[in-house]
Design a protein around this ligand. Structure first.
Ligand SMILES: [Zn+2]
Ligand SMILES: [Zn+2]
Length: 86
């Protein structure tokens, strides 16, 4: 055994701002409107919506599309993130 599986663990996994589940960024994304990082369940809601986003629709999360004001992202130390404006 000489090959070390360095890339076995995805470097693109992150937590959903809504439910906190760890997901691969390939299966979710950032909402255009509220800027939250969301798993595909909370960003797209359904595979049909996901398909439309793949075809060029804006990736707006379930809450924003429903007209709800989503809770702000939980406080988290994100490198490079600007301090919250007051
Ligand atoms: Zn989620
Ligand atoms: Zn949103």
């Amino acid at each position: 055994m000489s090959v070390i599986p360095i890339f076995k663990k995805s470097a693109l996994s992150t937590e959903c701002d809504q439910c906190g589940v760890l997901f691969d960024l390939m299966h979710g994304g950032v909402c255009d409107r509220c800027q939250r990082i969301l798993c595909r369940t909370h960003l797209h809601g359904s595979w049909l919506r996901r398909l439309r986003v793949d075809l060029g629709a804006p990736s707006t999360c379930v809450d924003c599309r429903a007209g709800r004001t989503p809770a702000p992202p939980p406080k988290r130390s994100r490198p490079g993130a600007p301090p919250p404006a007051r």
